[in-house]
Design a binder for this molecule. Sequence first.
Ligand SMILES: [Zn+2]
Ligand SMILES: [Zn+2]
Length: 201
Amino acid sequence: MATTLDEKTIEDVVAFHGHWCPGLALGIRLAELALREVGRADDEEIVAVAESDSCAVDAVQFLTGCTVGKGNLLIRDVGKMAFSFYRRRDGKAIRIIPRLHPEEKDDPYRELQAGSNAGTLAEEERIRFAALRDERARALLDADLEDLFLVGPAPREAPPHAPMEPSRLCEKCGEKVMETKARLRRGRILCRDCFDGEALR
Ligand SMILES: [Zn+2]
Ligand SMILES: [Zn+2]
């Protein structure tokens, strides 16, 4: 089933992210699936774990209510396009990954992407790449969620609650640092940067 989100919502996601791209489109669809499976984080306590910091993360933050700032979106960057969602109420825990479409392997898109990354595309190729990107992103909006993603059980435990931690003053720079992030060196409490700086000497 194609996206059930209205045009305005999609425009808002694009405005939040800053551009329209296939990664964002994939994130929009992944968020739709997450909403269907576990609901919205505003209504229930949902925690998400992203396995990379991709464009898709912004769509997930905007649409699911799991955000880095609230602490219910954690990025555990292993470089994978995968998200887990945990619903604390009943312990439902899922992991969503995109399905592999082998035919994508040697399509012209990848070649253009490589050229774009390297900054070697001619004007004509740049236009073609932009058109292909747009086409690809649109196709993601029209696709069936079942064709796009695989949903399985989350292989890891839900991340623990992360309450506000008390702060201490770093004895070198004098700035406040969360106690659990502070370091101890020769009896002095230091922030990590000061600790690393001292350790280098
Ligand atoms: Zn993007
Ligand atoms: Zn310091």
